[in-house]
Write a protein that binds this ligand. Structure first.
Ligand code: 5GP
Length: 180
């Protein structure tokens, strides 16, 4: 996989430090509460695993799967619920864990969904924020890194379902896209 990467944006060490920083912020934010922490499949799995272990606070965890990309590098704009959470969020403090916020459509869909279900509060922690891609307003409360408007892979983020297991975050060589 290493040979397919044009440049590394964030090393394993930089990601680890960001997770520890965010974990401590989350710990402080939810002291005395038990939030429902909801990871967005599949991209946020590694990030969620690392930040929850950096936050020494009670929490319940769940996962939701939504789709908007259908395997390409550009968002289709429509967000569909693929697999729902199992916990009831009514009256609960919800913390959404995202891998990346680009157009903001996925995040807006999730925030609207949990607001409609009566969540008491909704906050967002994203590993990566790509503000240049924003089409709808959707702000995160905890952000790992602000990324340039490039398609990134690794540490959960895929291209055609591959590269999720890359331990760092990088940009693919253009020839990888042209093969498809
Ligand atoms: P949005 O709805 O904000 O446009 O996109 C959110 C989702 O699109 C993310 O959860 C992620 O799955 C995908 N996405 C957006 N930008 C990128 C990117 O640069 N790389 C990868 N691999 N996925 C992205």
């Amino acid at each position: 996989m290493d040979n397919d990467i044009l440049k590394v944006l964030y090393s394993q060490n930089e990601i680890k430090e960001a997770c520890e920083r965010l974990g401590k912020q989350i710990q402080k934010e939810y002291e005395g509460k038990t939030p429902v922490v909801i990871g967005v499949l599949k991209g946020a799995v590694f990030f969620m695993a690392d930040i929850v272990r950096a936050a020494d606070t009670y929490m319940q965890m769940d996962f939701i799967d939504v789709s908007s990309y259908h395997g390409g590098t550009k968002s289709s704009g429509e967000v569909e619920l693929v697999t729902d959470i199992t916990l009831d969020v009514a009256g609960r403090d919800v913390l959404i864990i995202e891998d990346i916020v680009d157009t903001g459509q996925t995040l807006k869909f999730l925030m609207d969904t949990f607001a409609n279900r009566g969540a008491n509060s909704i906050k967002v922690c994203t590993l990566l924020d790509k503000p240049a891609g924003r089409l709808v307003e959707a702000n995160s409360d905890f952000i790992g890194f602000e990324v340039p408007n490039e398609f990134v892979v690794g540490y959960g983020l895929d291209y055609d379902e591959k590269y999720r297991n890359l331990p760092y975050i990088g940009v693919l060589k253009p020839k990888i896209y042209s093969h498809n």
